[in-house]
Design a protein around this ligand. Structure first.
Ligand code: 3NM
Ligand code: MG
Length: 515
């Protein structure tokens, strides 16, 4: 059979265990999945005897040939030879790649599992056609995996492949826990600018489905369409002046559209957050029950996840809501409050980073450092993690934004904000913000409203929320009636409101204070 250029987009890996295949026939399931659009198949069967492997392999090969799709066998070169199929997939503990190549010849497709940069580069040098990079997310389908590397670890491997000139000769798929809710984020967040993933490998999301054909076809259409959170403006402003010039229109849009800010926030700041949302023209809802997020995510607003008083139930609720907003396409602001303080919070950060796409991560220096350190860092501890100088803070914020492919805002005397390409330092704000509770938390709410009306340039939206808030604080702090933190709080709410009113009325004097 002559094959077209191998298309790795939707790579189905079979499983014959009752937990996944149930009592369905493997050939029937595969046939349906191929009709749904699977582009390459791996027969992975850890239980059957050699004779059964060969006979099932032959039946599968007949089906894949009909569809012009390659069939690979997991682990077993002998079975691949007996079946006469297109290749094998080998793990790190299986036959070595040079041996497999010698036996199967130069035209065979040989893929190798890689969990680290070393494993990946070795397989590339040894002539792998593609790498199965994983484990993306923890998965019940294979529990003896080595490392959960997430999108961050995957991107590091892709970057190393690119730097070593393997971009065009060796293909890549990601594997582990990929399904319809994670697939777009995996492709989007893992992508290195010069080496995106070529596809995703999937077991249970197709093999365990009652309708493998439609499971495959909807996965394929998710692969082929950009995720809702990927909306980007090709003409993003790059200078301070051009960014500032767009801020009034965003503030005005909030007052016109009164977007929803759905806050899953801590007990301390709920009232304050709601008042801030109202003052800048938004519509707040405090809803910590994840089951409500399905409905709320369709109202055109955004979600704030603030883990200031996290509990096990709370974390499950955050994850449920995060998935709902990702699915509906609504923006999400994550505030990892006290992230480094306890093991529970560090773990919650890890869980949330794996659970969905976070458009904006906002926190103080310690929190941002913790978020940066919360996932596998393949090249050891990055310099950013021990940041002390201003330059290092800016670099940490940028590196995290690159890794997560989102917006990162680190608040402090100087704030740093980055989308990975543009990084700005902001000097606004007032010392009194550090003397009241929840001043950082409510900033998350302010930013969520700007994002709800302006997602074309998320950095601009976050910057708008930041400047609106910090300049309101500056104006409030020097008011005659403000004599300390207590009187500062209502004055801050007043000035948030006054800036919104002034901006809608065309008075932009306040914005001249931006620095
Ligand atoms: N290999 P599901 S994870 C076969 O990390 C396999 O190398 C993995 O199954 C690796 O799509 C995995 O059901 C199972 O999560 C993936
Ligand atoms: Mg193996």
């Amino acid at each position: 059979m002559t094959l077209k250029k191998v298309d790795y987009a939707l790579y189905l890996v079979t499983d014959s265990t009752p937990a996944i295949l149930g009592d369905k026939g493997i050939v029937k399931v595969v046939e349906a999945a191929l009709e749904g659009g699977v582009t390459i198949l791996q027969y992975r069967d850890k239980v059957s005897d050699t004779g059964a492997l060969i006979s099932t392999g032959k039946r599968l090969h007949a089906v894949t040939q009909k569809h012009g799709v390659p069939l690979l066998i997991n682990d077993r070169i002998d079975v691949a030879l007996a079946v006469g199929c297109e290749g094998v997939h080998i793990g790190q503990d299986d036959v070595d790649l040079p041996t497999a190549r010698r036996v199967l010849g130069p035209d065979a497709i040989i893929g190798v599992t890689a969990s680290s940069i070393d494993e990946a580069l070795t397989a590339c040098k040894d002539g792998a056609n593609y790498l199965g990079i994983g484990t993306m997310f923890a998965t019940p389908t294979k529990t003896n995996t080595k490392d959960i590397i997430g999108t961050a670890g995957t991107k590091q491997i892709l970057a190393a492949m690119s730097q070593n000139d393997w971009s065009r000769t060796v293909s890549t798929v990601s594997i582990g826990g990929i399904n319809s809710t994670t697939i777009q984020r995996v492709l989007y967040q893992s992508a290195h600018p010069t080496k995106p993933l070529d596809g995703v490998a999937i077991v249970s999301a197709i093999m365990a489905s009652a309708d493998p054909r439609s499971a495959a076809s909807s996965l394929l259409s998710l692969i082929r369409s950009p995720p809702p959170f990927a909306i980007t403006n090709p003409n993003k402003a790059t200078t301070t002046a051009t960014l500032l010039a767009q801020i009034p229109s965003i503030i005005s849009a909030v007052s016109q559209k009164t977007p929803l800010s759905h806050n899953m926030t801590n007990l301390v700041v709920q009232n304050f957050s709601a008042n801030v949302a109202l003052a800048i023209g938004g519509s707040p809802i405090m809803a910590n029950y994840g089951a409500e997020a399905g409905d709320l995510s369709h109202l055109g607003g955004s979600l704030v996840i603030n883990m200031g008083t996290v509990t096990p139930d709370g974390l499950a609720n955050y994850c449920q809501a995060l998935k709902a907003y990702n699915l509906a396409g609504g923006p999400v602001v994550f505030d990892p409050v006290g992230a480094g303080a306890t093991a529970v919070r560090r773990d919650a950060v890890r869980v949330l980073l794996a659970a969905g796409y976070l458009d904006v991560i906002k926190g103080n220096e310690g929190e941002i450092r913790t978020v940066f350190g919360a996932v596998v860092q393949q090249r050891g501890v990055d310099s950013g993690v021990s940041s002390t100088t201003e330059g290092e803070k800016a670099r940490l914020v940028r590196d995290l934004a690159v890794r997560e492919r989102n917006i990162v805002l680190m608040t402090g005397a100087t704030d740093y904000i980055s989308d990975g390409e543009r990084t700005f330092a902001v000097e606004n704000g007032h010392e009194l913000l550090g003397r009241i509770t929840g001043s950082g938390c409510v900033l998350g709410t302010a930013i969520s409203l700007m994002l709800a009306v302006s997602r074309e340039d998320k950095l601009l939206a976050a910057l708008t929320g930041l400047l609106h808030y910090e300049i309101a604080a500056e104006i409030a702090a020097v008011r005659e009636d403000v004599r300390g933190p207590g009187t500062f709080v209502p004055a801050l709410i007043d000035e948030l409101y006054n800036i919104q009113k002034a901006t809608v009325g065309g008075d932009l004097k306040w914005l001249e204070r931006a620095k």
